[in-house]
Design a protein around this ligand. Structure first.
Ligand code: GLU
Length: 458
């Protein structure tokens, strides 16, 4: 029997996450859940200058709010000993080799290569350094950066292209093949000793037994290098699934910097977590975009072959519509505590009267105000309203009152359609739009209705 899958979401805590990042997180979480596997949250925080604890905390809060609680959480800054050990072994085998070029040296060489019509690939000059050369650099106080020697030495002349295809079967994109012959040996350790993500990620994925890497297609080229790294450290490579990236309504790539798309912002604007989770999980898939009640229900809809290769289009307006749709499916029990916390009273009758007319839960406050009062009635024709008030049945009012009452008003005044209903709505609610008045009228009650029809705030 194969062991259950283990996946990870690996954000760099250098900013707030947006819907595109959440999409990666949720696809991982749904796959884990669907397959009975586990979901790891890994903070890629080796970039000491940019990584911040407060961003890690914000990402954790966003995921918790969305119901994507990880089974395990790790941070790369706690795991440096592991990277040192793995790097030590690769240094001993010369798969990692020390380089002393400055960025000016490298720029100069690239210019020369271009002038000679050669691709600007690192020429591996450092591989020919002798112990004495290295000792001389060290004596000058120079610290090496370390490159990973790619397995692409097919051509003996190292400055000519070194074609080597690295291929894998991507669970979303199908057969992939990347020519790493056109790539320079990538730097894995900076001169200050800090590790690059490409390396630490592989060491962690191998150490933690990650079985599937589900991430954005901006990592496809990294994957080719990382497949060679897995091989170099003697670990079996996980399966890969690269999803397309989201674009905004204008077709432009989403950016981490566009704060208006942060999850924190969505939360503050009062959207339901399952609205955001549903959109993040379903955009760019062949599944219909509709609100799901739970993460478990979204997990049931997950399949790699339903994830489209074309970019998913994200329009914040879709969130509003989806949220309104989701609220219509919620029962009073689902929302009563939160209505209370928002200072909105009312019972199940109130909620079922108004839930079709709210985009976010807090909008129910408008209708609670209409029920409770006081509101300022809008009266265009006082005589019509006075006639209607005189015809309003005695207490108790119920859901059938509206129909009986408006027929009577129609009989008496001859008004019908909009000319009948709109003046009543405006008098009773102060607004020219809103929920059906049948259920609302008994909630407002006879006394306030009569007062409002007479033009009094009530
Ligand atoms: N820290 C990387 C990123 O945020 C993780 C990529 C990966 O999933 O391997 O892009």
């Amino acid at each position: 029997m194969t062991s259950p899958p283990k996946v990870r979401f690996a954000p760099s805590p250098t900013g707030l996450i947006h819907i595109g990042n959440v999409r990666t997180a949720i696809l991982n979480a749904l796959f884990a859940r669907r397959e009975g596997g586990s979901f790891v949250l890994r903070f890629d925080d080796t970039d000491l200058e940019r990584a911040r604890d407060e961003y890690a905390a914000a990402i954790r809060e966003d995921l918790t709010w969305l119901g994507l609680v990880p089974d395990v959480e790790v941070r790369q800054s706690d795991r440096v000993a592991l990277y040192e050990a793995a790097a030590g072994a690769l240094k001993a085998e010369r798969r990692l080799y020390p380089c002393y070029e400055t960025s000016e040296d490298l720029d100069r060489r690239r210019r020369l290569q271009r002038a000679r019509g050669l691709p600007p690939i690192y020429d591996r000059a450092a591989l020919s350094l002798t112990d004495a050369d290295r000792a001389a650099f060290e004596a000058e106080g120079r610290k090496p950066h370390w490159r990973f020697r790619l397995n692409n030495t097919a051509a003996p002349d190292q400055t000519s292209p070194r074609p080597t295809e690295v291929a894998w079967d991507d669970l979303i994109r199908g057969r992939q093949s990347v020519d790493i012959g056109s790539q320079s040996d990538p730097v894995m350790i900076r001169a200050d000793g800090s590790f690059l993500y490409t390396f630490t990620s592989v060491v962690d994925d191998a150490d933690m037994g990650i079985t599937h890497i589900i991430r954005g297609e901006d990592h496809v080229t990294n994957t080719a290098v990382q497949l060679q790294l897995f091989e170099a450290i003697g670990a079996a490579a996980p399966a890969f699934a690269h999803h397309s990236l989201l674009v905004g309504a204008d077709g432009a790539a989403l950016s981490k910097r566009s704060g208006d798309l942060s999850i924190a912002e969505f939360r503050q604007s009062g959207l339901e977590p399952m609205t955001v989770a549903s959109l993040a999980a379903l955009v760019g898939t062949s599944n219909a975009i509709e609100p799901h009640p739970t993460i478990a229900s979204l997990a049931d809809s997950f399949a790699f072959d339903r994830i489209s290769r074309a970019p998913g289009r994200f329009d914040p307006k879709d969130l509003e519509l989806l949220n309104a749709k989701l609220l219509q499916t919620l029962s009073f029990d689902d929302v009563s505590a939160r209505l209370g916390a928002l200072g909105i009273g009312g019972d199940a009758t109130f909620w079922s009267a108004v839930r079709g007319n709210v985009s976010v839960l807090a909008d129910a406050a408008t209708w609670w105000q209409v029920v409770e009062g006081p509101i300022t009635p809008a009266i265009d024709d006082p005589d019509f309203c006075a006639a209607a008030a005189a015809l309003l049945p005695q207490d108790p009012l119920d859901e059938t009152t509206w129909k009986a009452w408006t027929s009577a008003v129609k009989g008496e005044t001859g008004a019908k359609g909009k000319a009948l209903f709109m003046p009543l709505r405006k008098a009773l609610t102060g607004l020219d739009y809103g929920p059906e008045l049948g259920p609302l009228l008994p909630l407002i009650g006879r006394e306030k209705s009569v007062a409002r029809l007479s033009g009094n705030a009530a």
